[in-house]
Design a protein around this ligand. Sequence first.
Ligand SMILES: [Zn+2]
Length: 216
Amino acid sequence: MFAVGHMSLAYLIGKLSSKLLGVTPNIPVLMVLSILPDIDIAIDTFAGLDIHRGPTHSLIVALIIFTPIFVFYGKRVVPYFLAYVSHFLIGDFLIGGQLQLLWPLLKNNFGFFEAGFLYIDIYDGINIAIELSLLLVAIAVMIKTCDYQVFFKKCKTNFVLIIPIVTVLLPTFLGYPFDVPLFAISPLIGVAHLFFLVLFGFSILNVTYAIIKKRF
Ligand SMILES: [Zn+2]
C-alpha cells in the first residue's frame, strides 16, 4: 500500500478501537505509526541492506516493543498498537505480501498471495480502488466526528507529522522509493498524497507560527 492507504486504515481502526475501549487517541500519532514499518526502505537505501518487509513488519517485534508500553499505559495503547500492526497485518498482507511476519522465529514469507489467493500489486487497479475508498471513508468519519479539527489546532504533538512529510509524502513526488514520481504511476494516489501533504504541512506551519508569535 501507499502511505495514503496505510494512514487512512490506521485512522479508521484506531478510531473504532478507541470508541469500543472508551479512550481518546492522538490522531496524528496514529497516522505516523501506520507508516513507521516502512522505515526499513530508508535503512535498505542508506545501509545497503535488504530487510524490507522483514523485522519492522514482524508481529513478534511489534509485541516486544509494545508490551512494556502496554504495562505502563494499559488499554490506551491499543489503538496505537493496532495502527502500527495494521500496516503489515492488513495493508501489506493484502497488497504485495512477502512479509516476514514471524521474524526472527520464522523467516517464511506471509501474505494474501502466499495464503493461496491472488497477487495484488501496489500499482494494481484493485489496490488503487481500495486505498481511495479507505481515504474517502476516513475523510467522511473525520468530518462526521470533527476529528479533522486536530490538524487546525495549535497542538505541539502535531509536529510528529513532519515524519510522514519527509519520509513518505514528499519523496514519492520526487521518484523515491519508486523509480518514477507518484503522479506518473497513479495520478489519483498522487492527488491523495498531495491532500495529506498540504494538510500536514499547514498543521506544522500553524503550530510553528503560534510558537513564534508567543515568543516575540
Ligand atoms: Zn510496508
